[in-house]
Design a protein around this ligand. Structure first.
Ligand SMILES: *Cc1c(COP(=O)(O)O)cnc(C)c1O
Length: 470
């Protein structure tokens, strides 16, 4: 019998054991962020790859540092595809970045119900089946003055559902100036087609008068619809009809008045800087039978569509089979309820709802922060960084004209390190942890602080530091 040592050493024996790799400093840190199991499986898969390469006779670096580095790289590539980013674009409701960030209370409410059971459709008092959205409906009534409310997946869903439930096979009268497109996938005429209601266009692009609506009303008419031009304005020789006169006309002719206000603050308080945007409360007070809006625009809540109006109208909507297809889940309802509790008190909303807080921050405060951050980038990273005034926007198809004074840090390339140019550096920043999305303008990187919570200034500095160090 020969002793194992007598045979030529197996090339596999040069591979370090799993535990030695797990102890490598790089992976010890990774265990803290990814958990031991995930790191272990990355290490095993790298070792397996090494064995295969060796058995094919290929060269493969088998020193612990290289193998640990490979495993760490694999973990990095295995990050969740949906992950948090810092929004330094100056666009507050950035559709690409998930529109409205939730209030802390709303995020906590989601996590409380998410992992377990909750009384979503269960009346705890009587031990019987309850209504899914009764809690938020009560809050929505209190804030807006509406008799009743329903919640669906988004405003596009709310509009389609309302048209279907209230006007399928019949006509709905809309001004030619209000046939909106909201970001490609939402065009009002197509929403009509999908709903089964017939679109009856009146007036012209720039002028529609009450008489135009009046002439269009006939036996086929189910409703008059006003749509807020959220993302464009018609100025100059222009005229449109407010929801008040439209609602009065509708009532006198026995048809419904629907107000699709889009971004809609609920009111009576609205966030600062968006004075031109309609509120739900105004629509209800003006006599609309139904008002529709998004939950993740000016309210600053979760993605959802809100339908508010007369009880009889909301009942017809809730009885439609499409309601079931568009209904929201427990997490959305939890976030919405928590947001509405804050929105009950506009002064609390200005502090507690991130979107409102961003809009309420005095520009001088942003300038101070930009100054401090720029100073830090100059001192610690030797960058050409200065504070500069900039302009932020609400975005998300809301208040297109309202330029909000803001402050930015402007970094002029080249940056030291492997990503010297503006576009290389902005790419590296996007791919970092956390990702930072900034503006590239005039060859410089602009970090607009209007939509950055103050406690993330340091994270921006850290992320830029990572890019500079490679
Ligand atoms: C944003 C908007 C919509 C679409 O709302 P979603 O919640 O994104 O579906 C529809 N109409 C108007 C006027 C809007 O501003």
């Amino acid at each position: 019998m020969s002793h194992p040592e007598d045979r030529p050493a197996s090339p596999f024996r040069r591979l370090p054991p799993v535990h030695a790799l797990l102890d490598a400093p790089e992976l010890a840190i990774a265990i803290e962020t990814h958990g031991r199991e995930t790191v272990l499986s990355a290490v095993r898969s790298v070792l397996e790859e090494a064995r295969q390469a060796i058995s094919r006779g290929e060269a493969f670096p088998v020193d612990p540092d290289s193998l640990a580095g490979k495993a760490a790289g694999r973990l990095d590539a295995d990050r969740p595809t949906l992950r948090p980013v810092i929004n330094a674009t100056g666009v507050l409701l950035h559709t690409g970045l998930g529109r409205a960030p939730l209030a802390r209370e709303a995020a906590e409410a989601v996590s409380r119900v998410a992992a377990g059971y909750c009384n979503l459709e269960f009346d705890l008092e009587h031990g019987e089946r309850g209504r899914r959205s009764s809690g938020v409906a009560e809050l929505l009534r209190r804030i807006t003055g509406a008799e009743a409310a329903a919640v669906v997946n988004n405003n596009a869903g709310a509009t389609m559902l309302a048209l279907r439930a209230l006007a399928i096979g019949r006509e709905v009268v809309v001004s030619r100036g209000q046939l909106v497109e909201i970001g490609g996938s939402y065009r009002l005429p197509e929403v009509f087609e999908a709903s089964g209601a017939r679109l009856r266009e009146v007036g012209t692009t720039n002028k529609t008068r009450l008489a135009d609506y009046e002439r269009a009303i006939g036996p086929e008419t189910a409703a008059l619809l006003r749509v807020h031009s959220s993302n464009y304005t018609i100025v100059g020789f222009a005229e449109s009809v407010g929801i008040g006169p439209m609602a009065a006309l509708a009532r006198s002719r026995g048809v419904l008045a629907i107000d699709e206000i889009g971004s809609g603050a609920l009111g009576p308080g609205r966030p600062p800087g968006v004075s031109g945007e309609p509120t739900v409360a105004e629509g209800i007070a003006a006599g609309a039978d139904l008002v529709l809006c998004s939950g993740d625009k000016l309210l600053g809540g979760p993605q959802c569509g809100l339908l508010l109006g007369r009880s009889e109208v909301i009942c017809r909507i809730e009885a439609d089979p499409m309601m079931r297809a568009l209904r929201v889940d427990k997490m959305t309802l939890a976030a919405l309820e928590a947001t509405l509790r804050i929105a009950l008190d506009p002064s609390r909303a200005a502090r507690g709802i991130p979107l409102w807080a961003f809009l309420s921050t005095p520009v001088d405060r942003l300038r101070e922060r930009a100054d401090r951050l720029a100073g830090r980038l100059r001192e610690e990273l030797r960058l050409d960084a200065t504070a500069a005034d900039s302009v932020a926007f609400v975005g998300g198809g809301s208040a297109p004209d309202e330029a909000i004074p803001s402050a930015s840090v402007r970094v002029i390339p080249p940056l030291p390190g492997p990503s010297p140019g503006a576009s290389e550096a902005s790419r590296a920043l996007r791919l970092g942890s956390p990702g930072v999305v900034c503006r590239v303008q005039g060859g410089a990187l602009w970090f607009d602080l209007r939509a950055v919570p103050e406690d993330q200034d340091g994270e921006i500095a850290g992320a830029i530091g990572e890019v500079v160090r490679g």
